[in-house]
Design a protein. Structure first.
Length: 194
């Protein structure tokens, strides 16, 4: 898979070139042993992630809601399963931030006429990632950081892509604002050593 840095304009071009097909695989997770994996929060957003960005409001809010739900559920696991103070601190911040993001999204939707109703159901990849985290045992901290890195990369691609080419201005504004927060989470991930 080839990766590139995406700005909203490049994300729009990637969408135009690749279409906006829905690829829910999105795991980005490695199957290598945990001690051989290095999470890289500075990794560029992949063209594959950008190509899965919806331009329709309903699909965008569904993916945002599911992403927030995954972040909250996986971070709740981290608050109880992690043995690393920095991982636990990050997880607590993610619970708060993504609960706030969900509330912000609902607020934006409440201000719109004919707004879509978000469906926070996790996709199969997110469900598999949660199951893997529950079964991770001693490798939990490394796996959690890796999965958070992947989830934040995907969220950033989703937000930047929708901001560039989405069909509802209030949601595009939300995407711009929220992408800055997700970028700060990626910076936080760089500082964690599981």
């Amino acid at each position: 898979m080839r990766t590139i840095f995406l700005t909203p304009a490049i994300a729009a071009l990637a969408l135009a070139a690749c279409g906006s097909g829905n690829n829910d695989d999105g795991s980005g997770a490695t199957t290598a042993p945990m001690n051989d994996v290095t999470a890289d929060a500075s990794a560029p957003i992949s063209a594959e992630d950008a190509a899965t960005v919806p331009t329709g409001a309903q699909e965008f809010v569904d993916k945002m809601a599911a992403g927030d739900q995954f972040e909250i559920e996986s971070s709740k696991l981290a608050t109880t399963m992690s043995k690393n103070a920095s991982v636990k601190e990050f997880a607590a911040q993610m619970i708060q931030a993504h609960t706030s993001s969900t509330a912000d999204l609902k607020s934006v939707l409440a201000s719109m006429s004919n707004a879509p109703t978000p469906n926070p159901a996790l996709n199969p990849s997110q469900q598999a990632d949660l199951a893997a985290l529950k079964a991770a045992g001693e490798g939990f901290d490394k796996m959690y950081v890796d999965k958070q890195t992947t989830a934040h990369n995907q969220a950033l691609a989703l937000l930047q892509g929708y901001a560039a080419s989405g069909d509802a201005q209030p949601l595009k504004d939300f995407a711009i604002k929220t992408s800055e927060i997700v970028e700060s989470h990626r910076e936080m991930l760089k500082k964690i050593s599981p």
